[in-house]
Design a protein around this ligand. Structure first.
Ligand SMILES: [Zn+2]
Length: 278
C-alpha cells in the first residue's frame, strides 16, 4: 500500500507541474518574454481563436484593399489635393483594422512587434492572431467598416500573393462588382461636388470600374500607379546627378594617368636601349 501511495503522490506531483507550466508562461511579462514564449503564446492564441470574438471581416483581404487604395488611388487623390470624406467607405476611418495595422511594427525580417503590448512574434500571421485574441476589444465592428467587402470592386486579388487567379470570368459577379465600384465612385467623388471631385470620379471609373466586364475590356488599374516620392528619394537623386560627372571625371583622369605612365615607361625603355647600344 505504501508503494502505491508513493506512486499516487508522484503522479499527482507530475500532473500539478504539467498544469502549472502554461500558467507560468502566460504570466511572463510580454516585454521580457523571449521569442520561444511568443511562439507558444501565438500557438495558444490560435487555439483560443474559436472562443475569441469572431469578426466577419477578413483581415488579409482588408489589407489587400488598403494596399490597392494606397497604391492605385491615393497618389492621384493627393495630386488633386482632394480630401476624401469620412462618409466614403475608402476613408481610413472606415477600415476596421487600421488602428491595429498601425500598431504593427516590423523590427526585423523574422520579428514583428505588437505596438500595444510590445510582444514579439516570428511571423506576421502570429501577430494577427494575437490582435484577434488579445486586442479584439479595440475593434469597433459596429458599422460597415470592413474594407474587405470592397475587394470585389477594387481587384484585391491582383495584389494578393496567396489568392489563386481565376481564369474563368463570371458575368453576374462582374456586373455586381461593377455596380459596387460605381456606387463607390458616386459616394466618394460626387460629380456635383465640383470639378476636382468630378475628375476623380471619372478617374475612379477608368481605374477600377471599367475592368469589371467579361468582354475583354480594359485591364484593372488602367491609369497605373504613381509612387509617392519622398524627400529622401529626391535628395538621393540630386546627389547621384551631382556625383556622376565627378565619377566620370575621376575615371578620365585615372585613365589619362595610366596612359601617361605607360608613355613614360616606353620613353625610359627606349632611352635605356639607346644607352646600351653605345
Ligand atoms: Zn499586444
Amino acid at each position: 500500500m505504501g508503494k502505491w501511495s508513493k506512486r499516487v503522490v508522484f503522479l499527482f506531483l507530475c500532473l500539478s507541474i504539467c498544469l502549472q507550466i502554461p500558467s507560468v508562461s502566460s504570466s511572463t511579462s510580454p516585454i521580457l518574454g523571449n521569442q520561444g514564449n511568443e511562439e507558444s503564446s501565438a500557438a495558444r492564441t490560435f487555439m483560443q481563436d474559436e472562443d475569441a470574438h469572431v469578426v466577419h471581416c477578413s483581415r488579409e483581404r482588408s489589407r489587400a484593399a488598403w494596399k490597392v487604395i494606397q497604391e492605385y488611388l491615393m497618389p492621384f487623390v493627393e495630386r488633386e489635393q482632394h480630401k476624401i470624406s469620412s462618409g466614403c467607405r475608402l476613408h481610413p476611418d472606415n477600415d476596421l483594422y487600421r488602428d491595429q495595422e498601425q500598431h504593427k511594427h516590423r523590427v526585423d525580417i523574422n520579428e514583428w512587434r505588437c505596438g500595444y503590448c510590445r510582444k514579439n512574434f516570428y511571423e506576421e500571421k502570429y501577430l494577427d492572431k494575437h490582435f484577434d485574441n488579445r486586442h479584439f476589444d479595440l475593434l469597433n465592428a459596429s458599422h460597415s467598416r470592413c474594407l474587405a467587402d470592397l475587394c470585389g470592386a477594387l481587384h484585391c486579388d491582383l495584389v494578393m500573393d496567396s489568392s489563386p487567379r481565376k481564369t474563368k470570368c463570371n458575368p453576374s459577379a462582374a456586373t455586381r462588382n461593377k455596380h459596387l465600384c460605381e456606387s463607390l465612385a458616386d459616394s466618394c467623388f460626387p460629380v456635383s461636388n465640383g470639378p476636382v471631385s468630378g475628375r476623380l470620379h471619372e478617374f475612379f471609373l477608368r481605374q477600377f470600374c471599367d475592368a469589371h466586364t467579361c468582354s475583354g475590356g480594359p485591364k484593372p488599374f488602367a491609369k497605373g500607379k504613381k509612387k509617392r516620392r519622398s524627400i529622401l528619394y529626391i535628395i538621393l537623386s540630386i546627389l547621384t546627378l551631382m556625383l556622376l560627372p565627378l565619377f566620370y571625371f575621376f575615371i578620365y583622369m585615372y585613365q589619362r594617368g595610366i596612359k601617361r605612365g605607360s608613355q613614360e615607361l616606353k620613353r625610359i625603355s627606349v632611352s635605356g636601349r639607346k644607352k646600351k647600344s653605345f
